[in-house]
Design a binder for this molecule. Structure first.
Ligand code: NAP
Length: 238
């Protein structure tokens, strides 16, 4: 296994949830870690708790900003893209407008930006890790746009693994993970997540660190490329 000691790791969407957990684990493993997101408030909270990680404000759709960040770092050993990067409309397909459906694909365009902007700074044996989600392969009603975007992220990963070799690219597909994504549920959050996961083999929501450890595996296992790694408590089982 490759070591992360003194490796340059960039996490786009690294100020909350899965991305923040990844930044923390990589830092604990000895990496130099840059983590970005849009909200100054989230950055202030994360910086205070994790002073060893270099947090900054950036939108995944800001190409100039991404290029400037990568150029400032110089060489990138591992880049992780997990910013949600899009508004998603969770409605049946026929109740969504074309514009709403199209908007969900901003996540894919954000990931594409990261890859294009990082490319010239990647070391010869660098890794890229993207984050999709179980709806890519098992969608409940109302999740058609999430499903299509997730599938596209997984297909992009397989295609780029051939084009970008020997650099490696993998995708991690989380199930339901207890992150900032569910903050809007307020005090109903825990009960709702419990209900949503009651029929899984592992009857609970996942923790961000459980997904982050899979992302660290894709970074450090030099023989993994084009792979989709599921961390979902058994969600995808028939
Ligand atoms: N949690 C789940 O159950 C679950 C399930 C399947 C897949 N996923 C996927 O996992 C990934 C991480 O989600 P999470 O659950 O960890 O969510 P989260 O806690 O809300 O974290 C999302 C991170 O992305 C950043 N972000 C969002 N939009 C951005 C943009 N346009 N530019 C830059 N940064 C942006 C957020 O910061 P700012 O908002 O401040 O920018 C934050 O740092 C997402 O791709 C999500 O679709 C999550």
């Amino acid at each position: 296994m490759q070591t992360l000691t003194n490796q340059n790791v960039v996490v786009i969407g690294g100020t909350s949830g899965i991305g923040l957990a990844t930044a923390i684990l990589a830092h604990e493993a000895g990496a130099n870690v840059w983590a970005v997101g849009r909200s100054a408030e989230r950055i202030a909270v994360a910086s205070a708790k994790h002073p060893g990680i270099l947090f900054s404000a950036l939108d995944i759709h800001d190409n100039e900003g991404l290029q400037a960040l990568f150029a400032q770092i110089g060489t990138i050993d591992h880049v992780v893209a997990c910013a949600t990067g899009a508004n998603r409309t969770l409605l049946p397909f026929l109740q969504q407008t074309q514009a709403q459906f199209r908007e969900a694909f901003d996540k894919l365009w954000g990931y594409c930006n990261v890859i294009r902007c990082a490319a010239e700074f990647l070391t010869a044996d660098a890794s890229i890790t993207l984050v999709s989600g179980t709806p890519a392969r098992k969608a409940n009603p109302g999740m058609s746009s999430l499903s299509c975007v997730g599938s596209a992220v997984e297909a992009l990963t397989r295609a780029l693994a051939l084009e970008m070799a020997p650099r490696r690219i993998n995708v991690v597909a989380p199930g339901l993970i207890s992150t900032g994504m569910f903050d809007g549920m307020g005090d109903k959050r825990d009960a709702t997540l419990e209900k949503m996961t009651a029929n899984l083999p592992i009857k609970r929501a996942g923790q961000p660190a459980e997904v982050a450890s899979a992302i660290l595996l894709t970074m450090t296992n030099g023989y993994m490329t084009g792979a989709t790694l599921d961390v979902d408590g058994g969600t995808l089982l028939p």
